[in-house]
Design a protein around this ligand. Structure first.
Ligand code: APR
Length: 237
């Protein structure tokens, strides 16, 4: 992207943006899906079958993420939100590291591992306790089973968040796609909506993805160093 940064800017992030913070990705060599069965842990059926097993896995992830700090890529995206207007950050991540870095308006397509939701009365609350005192946890309002407030395979994304993400994709002139394998829908279609709206795509990822051939700019590097460098070179237009 040599002709300056075309605004509005929208960023879409995936697990790769948190990799250098120590949060495992899903499909990489050390990815979670290499060691765990997604269909045994991240589906409504799995939860109905064995809520304790699912909650043991999420409690393990919460404790792991609790030890992780935002990296310079997260901080750069928080700086973009302060500098660029409008700027929209859409994330597939549930780790909360964007907010920990100072990002305020974050569209969490797949929910948050730090929120819990009642399976009966839908009471939603934030719960940062690690480890959780009781597994599986129960609702303080009605006593029924709580679940992680994340989107599992086969579930719909929160309609209001998704609608805002489509709008930010269609409206942007630059979309930064950072650290995602671009294989999970509907997130993987957001960059294509940006293209259809006349936007340009920048992909930042050490590996190629199905999106690479659509990108105007590709930065084949890890995000924690490459994104701050790119921002330094482009922040002033
Ligand atoms: N910097 C940038 N990108 C990186 C880095 C890094 N340091 N390390 C790895 N990556 C890239 C990988 O090359 C890969 O393309 O991050 C991507 C991670 O891909 P996935 O593990 O598939 O994660 P993601 O794309 O976020 O998955 C989407 O799938 O399992 C579901 O709900 C889950 O939100 C997740 C969704």
């Amino acid at each position: 992207m040599t002709d300056g940064l075309r605004r509005p800017v929208t960023a879409l992030t995936g697990a790769g943006v948190s990799a250098e913070s120590g949060v495992p990705t899903f499909r990489g060599e050390e990815g979670l899906w290499r060691r765990h069965r997604a269909d045994e842990l991240a589906t409504p059926t799995a939860f109905r079958r064995d809520p304790l097993l699912v909650w043991e896995w999420y409690d393990w992830r919460r404790r792991l993420i609790d030890q992780c700090l935002p990296n310079p890529a997260h901080h750069t995206l928080a700086s973009m939100e302060e500098t660029l207007s409008p700027f929209t950050l859409i994330t597939q991540n549930v780790d909360g590291l964007h907010q920990a870095a100072g990002s305020v308006n974050v569209l969490e397509l797949h929910g948050s591992i730090w929120r819990v939701r009642c399976t009966a009365c839908s009471h939603v609350s934030e719960d940062y306790r690690v480890p959780l005192p009781d597994l599986p946890p129960h609702c303080p309002e009605c006593g029924e089973l709580l679940r992680p407030d994340v989107v599992w395979f086969g579930e719909s994304l929160p309609a209001d968040v998704l609608a805002a993400a489509w709008e930010a994709a269609r409206r942007c002139r630059t979309m930064l796609v950072i650290g995602t394998s671009a294989t999970v829908q509907p997130a993987a279609s957001l960059p294509l909506a940006a293209l259809r709206g006349g936007g340009t795509l920048l992909e930042l990822n050490p590996a190629a993805t199905p999106l690479s051939r659509h990108a105007h700019t590709v930065i084949r590097a890890p995000a924690a160093q490459a994104l701050p460098n790119w921002w330094e070179a482009h922040r002033f237009g």
